[in-house]
Write a protein that binds this ligand. Sequence first.
Ligand SMILES: C[S@@+](CC[C@H](N)C(=O)[O-])C[C@H]1O[C@@H](n2cnc3c(N)ncnc32)[C@H](O)[C@@H]1O
Length: 252
Amino acid sequence: MGRQFDVGEQFRFIGRTFEEYTRMFGLAPTALAGTTILDCPGGPGSFTAIAAQRADRTLAVDPMYGRPVGELATVCADAVERTVAQLHEKRDLFVWDEYGDVATRGRYLRAAAQRFLADYARHPGRYVRAALPRLPFATDSVDRVLSGSLLFLYDDRLSERFHVEALLELARIAREDVRVFPLHSLDGERSESLSPVVDTLRDAGLSVRLEPVDYEFQPGATEMLVVGDTDGYGGSERKRENARTGVPREAR
Ligand SMILES: C[S@@+](CC[C@H](N)C(=O)[O-])C[C@H]1O[C@@H](n2cnc3c(N)ncnc32)[C@H](O)[C@@H]1O
């Protein structure tokens, strides 16, 4: 049995709950008031639906959005069942303090999807069909971006160049910061892309730091990446230029 968690399809359409997100991204629910938050990729997660009750505005982006709700429900149900089956086989690859057992992890996935599907049907304007590394949002148009379970996790199919372009794009859109979790890949090790990507972002003038979070599922994956001070590295024009070219000015 492999030491890797296998995702046969290109990307798995499963989502986390609001509560998991608050711990994965070190967010105090009370601190959401008065803010605008973008979740990219949102997947079938419930953060956007529930945070909408506290924040000024919440938006989610995913290339799967825009399809009929019934189609997303089918894709997601299938993805959840495949994930749960594989967790039964590979439960020793994970830390179970969070969920206790595989059945509970399955319940979280289904609860997140159910809440997402109801909100997607009711508030389609919150769910934007788009794909990194280019997003249809203005520079500095949200306070914070959350990016979970795409970058670094799928580093076997997303290049370092893609990571840099995607993070420059997210930093362009965020006034305050971009938070990314996890930093481990599907093989359960810290992503080899992390260090070179961080170096390139720092070369671009961004402040980048790792911060501990109160969540652990992949063993040792207990830090998030915070790309911060997104206003402090040369202003909006510099942000737009770096995101447009995908290459920091210093590296050209
Ligand atoms: C494992 S899910 C993560 C969802 C959510 N962030 C979470 O942590 O629960 C990965 C998501 O990334 C989406 N995705 C794939 N390629 C993408 C891209 N280029 N830009 C944005 N999202 C993408 C997939 O459609 C899928 O919904």
